[in-house]
Design a protein. Structure first.
Length: 217
């Protein structure tokens, strides 16, 4: 079962280390001047929404948000992921981390742990996304076993339009504690169903929409 991380010192150190690496990646890409990006820790908001399944390792989910595609064409999703992967590996190497792995929807780092205190293992999952009038789109690498047949495409996160506005409305009405409760319930619901097709960001969007509709519609 999922639960929220209670160890504040561990949380602070883990987020500081991982966010520092992601911030280095953002600076490297933006300094390269080929496109403009931002990064966000998924679901963190003004409260922590970092969950752990029993005593298993923790995945910190970040969205690398493409603000401006610059020299890249939006249709060249494969080239974009390969560019980000190489930049990410360069930053990881500078921080004495091994190369990331290219999975279907994220770039995943190796698992790490602190030598002192809480020794829970953790890693970074980095999704590449962009936002338009339809909502949030996530870069997907559909693997076939034959590299030349692999497919790269943008997958629209369901009902993700106006996400920022809805989050702001819920916070203004002091409903964030309900977001925390429902988000955890949904994570455990999908876990009990052995449904692994709902990444944290999708569960977060689903939670926001459900509570927003309950109070504003």
């Amino acid at each position: 079962m999922f639960h929220y991380i209670k160890d504040i010192e561990f949380l602070k150190n883990m987020k500081y280390l991982c966010s520092n690496i992601i911030n280095q990646l953002v600076q490297a890409i933006n300094n390269d001047s080929v496109m403009k990006v931002e990064a966000h820790l998924v679901g963190s908001g003004s409260r922590n929404l970092i969950t752990q399944n029993a005593n298993e390792p923790i995945d910190l989910d970040y969205n690398l948000y493409i603000v401006d595609f610059g020299d890249f064409s939006i249709s060249k999703a494969g080239e974009i992921k390969e560019y980000v992967r190489k930049q990410f590996n360069s930053i990881l190497s500078k921080n004495q981390w091994n190369d990331c792995m290219d999975s279907t929807s994220v770039l995943t780092t190796e698992k790490r742990h602190f030598k002192k205190g809480n020794r829970t293992e953790f890693s970074i999952d980095l999704a590449i996304v962009y936002n338009d009038r339809s909502g949030w789109h996530r870069l997907i690498h559909e693997k076939t076993g034959l590299t030349y047949r692999d497919r790269y495409f943008w997958n629209l996160v369901p009902e993700s339009r106006d996400l920022f506005d809805r989050v702001a409305a819920l916070k203004d009405e002091h409903l964030w504690n309900e977001v925390i409760e429902v988000y955890l319930d949904k994570k455990n619901m999908y876990l009990s169903r052995q449904d692994y097709n709902h990444p944290s960001f999708n569960v977060y969007v689903e939670t926001i929409n459900e509570i927003y509709r309950n109070y504003f519609h």
